[in-house]
Design a binder for this molecule. Structure first.
Ligand code: PMP
Length: 374
């Protein structure tokens, strides 16, 4: 297959697989093919390897009392957290709260539950896109069973005040806090232990597509979403996929230990990009200051998002319009909500950076945006 050489600036959509992660996957696929649920000694070896990987994942994330429930990715983890919890607690309450910047795999679950008779509130946000904590406190009720707020909004990069949100939610004994941390983990240092249910995905952290996880505080019970035979957990059935599990552990190991160094690199690139874009007339950075440096949402008012994406693509530069999962729609609702500007919402593109991004790539991007804006 042909290798594509482009300036890839869409790391929030997905990341290239790290070679050492891939090697863990390949080697363990060759070496350990037996089913860990079998009784013979070879199966026990595989089961022990899975248990060890789970321990290390908990340790990388500083979550000693959360269970690792392996899923096919963040979409499934979000479905399990939201529907699994809502169904489990339906006799306690049916009130749910989310933020307006959630991924489609969260909003779709909330929409589905609304049709099943659950009541959904969307918390207000401040001008910088962060959750209005006073509004959250005023929405909370004794029958609130779930608050789902992502750590980092995928399209704009806003970092939410997770610890303050957790503190408010936990004043209500029936309420559980779920956070989709897919865009946060491995990028910025966040304390996770206050979150009851945490979603993550391997392919956003240089891992392999097809595995993610829901980290579940052990006291939080969920209804099963995938029924069947034995797995690593009672909550999600299916033969445990050792190579994928080991590869997820490896990806988390690397991304968490390299985080401080990678963060500084990306922050520098972000500054270089912001400086470059500031000199372009009609160009606006939509991502507020409380965004992670990895995501910069940008509008050049005279150019529609799809036209900008195509121009850049024709010049060998890959960025995204809205999130990869929602492309095709015309206006970015997230950007519109944040900026209240129809023009910005129709012209916004997301540039997402990585520790693998170079200064030369940033300069090429700025040059191309300048040329198309002239
Ligand atoms: N949540 C967020 C915040 C995301 O950015 C994504 C990927 N676009 C997902 C969930 C879905 O992830 P996956 O592809 O692993 O299902």
């Amino acid at each position: 297959m042909e290798v594509i050489h482009v300036i890839y600036l869409d790391y929030s959509a997905t990341t290239p697989v790290d070679e050492s992660v891939l090697n863990v996957f390949i080697e363990s696929t060759r070496k350990y093919f037996v089913n860990p649920n079998s009784a013979y000694p070879e199966a026990v070896i595989v089961k022990n390897l899975i248990d060890g990987a789970g321990e290390r994942i908990r340790s990388h994330l500083h979550l000693p009392s959360h269970e690792v429930v392996y899923t096919s990715g963040a979409t499934e983890a979000n479905n399990l957290a939201i529907k699994g919890l809502a169904f489990k607690r339906k006799d306690i309450g049916k009130h749910l709260i989310m933020s307006p910047f959630e991924h489609s795999s969260v909003t779709a679950c909330f929409g589905y539950l609304q049709k099943q008779g659950y009541l959904v509130d969307v918390v207000n946000t401040l001008p910088d896109g962060s959750v209005d904590l006073d509004d959250l406190a005023s929405l909370m009720r004794n029958d609130t069973i779930l608050v789902s707020i992502c750590g980092v909004a995928s399209e704009i990069g806003i970092l939410q005040p997770i610890e303050e949100i957790a503190r408010i939610v936990h004043q209500y004994p029936n309420a559980i806090f779920h956070s989709d941390m897919t865009q946060a983990i491995g990028k910025t240092a966040v304390r996770l232990e206050q979150i009851d249910l945490i979603t993550l995905s391997a392919h956003k952290i240089y891992g392999i597509k097809g595995i993610g996880a829901l980290l579940r505080r052990e006291s939080v019970k969920l209804n099963q979403m995938i029924h069947g035979g034995k797995s690593t957990t009672a909550i999600r059935s299916g033969t445990p996929a050792l190579p994928l599990i080991l590869s997820l552990e490896k990806a988390l190991d690397m991304i968490t230990s390299d985080l401080p160094k990678n963060y500084l690199h990306v922050k520098k690139l972000h500054q270089r990009l912001a400086d470059g874009l500031m000199n372009i007339e009609g160009c606006f950075i939509n991502s507020p200051l409380n965004s992670i440096p990895h995501i910069i949402n940008v509008s050049v008012l005279t150019i529609l998002a799809n036209d900008m994406q195509k121009y850049l693509s024709d010049h060998g530069i890959v960025v995204s319009t809205q999130t990869a999962c929602a492309s095709g729609e015309v206006r970015s609702e997230a950007v519109y909500r944040l900026t209240k500007s129809e023009a910005k919402a129709r012209s916004s593109v997301r540039i997402s950076l990585s520790h693998q991004t170079t200064e030369a790539e940033i300069d090429q991007l700025v040059k191309a945006i300048k040329a198309v804006s002239a």
